[in-house]
Design a protein around this ligand. Sequence first.
Ligand SMILES: Nc1nc2c(ncn2[C@@H]2O[C@H](COP(=O)(O)OP(=O)(O)OP(=O)(O)O)[C@@H](O)[C@H]2O)c(=O)[nH]1
Ligand SMILES: [Mg+2]
Length: 204
Amino acid sequence: MEEITIVKSEYVTSAVSRATCPEELLPEIVFVGRSNVGKSSLINSLTNRKALARTSGTPGKTQTINFFRVELKADDTRRAFYLVDLPGYGYAKTSKTNRKLWAKFIDEYLSSRRDIKFVCQLVDMRHPPMESDLKSFANLVEKNLPVLIVATKSDKLGKTQRQKHLDAIQKAFDIDAESILPYSSVKNEGRSALLDVIAKSLIE
Ligand SMILES: Nc1nc2c(ncn2[C@@H]2O[C@H](COP(=O)(O)OP(=O)(O)OP(=O)(O)O)[C@@H](O)[C@H]2O)c(=O)[nH]1
Ligand SMILES: [Mg+2]
């Protein structure tokens, strides 16, 4: 495949219920993971935009399901799809009631008949996955959604540590080496590999 380029990216909407998800149905690539793991930063890195998705050093920034409409060009063909930024889990600043409502809505979204191509489950490469990560992963698998584990903030580890941590994450999720992708939104490491996976998922 020739080089894949992003030709367009725009914010569409922040959904707070099923009814407020965009009407236009397009293939969707979804990002899930703990708060602060780097979901919104990854969307900016992927689209080459500084602040398409809002990021923050404080966890809990994203509190709605945000849809970004993106067009890529591969082999002279343009394809439109959504990048979908979900609120992070494992963050306790909001009320219990609120968290329950979100969890329900997110679960509804993931179970909806929208055209979800695959889900990127992000984990911080510096730490072993937590109970909540494993639970989220199991939930996605149970829903028959293809999952790619994205190990974020790879720029924060040296070469030796890096492989050690990747192996540990792979083992914890019990997945093969192709199902895990190291990523750095600071250095754009993993960007072309992820664009490749996305382009392939759009063709199938
Ligand atoms: N060094 C480094 N820092 C990163 C990377 N990705 C994200 N960060 C930092 O991590 C923090 C959280 O990033 P966000 O992208 O807002 O995280 P999020 O997962 O969207 O968080 P919520 O919206 O709260 O769920 C910010 O301070 C980012 O600058 C990365 O690849 N490398
Ligand atoms: Mg976010």
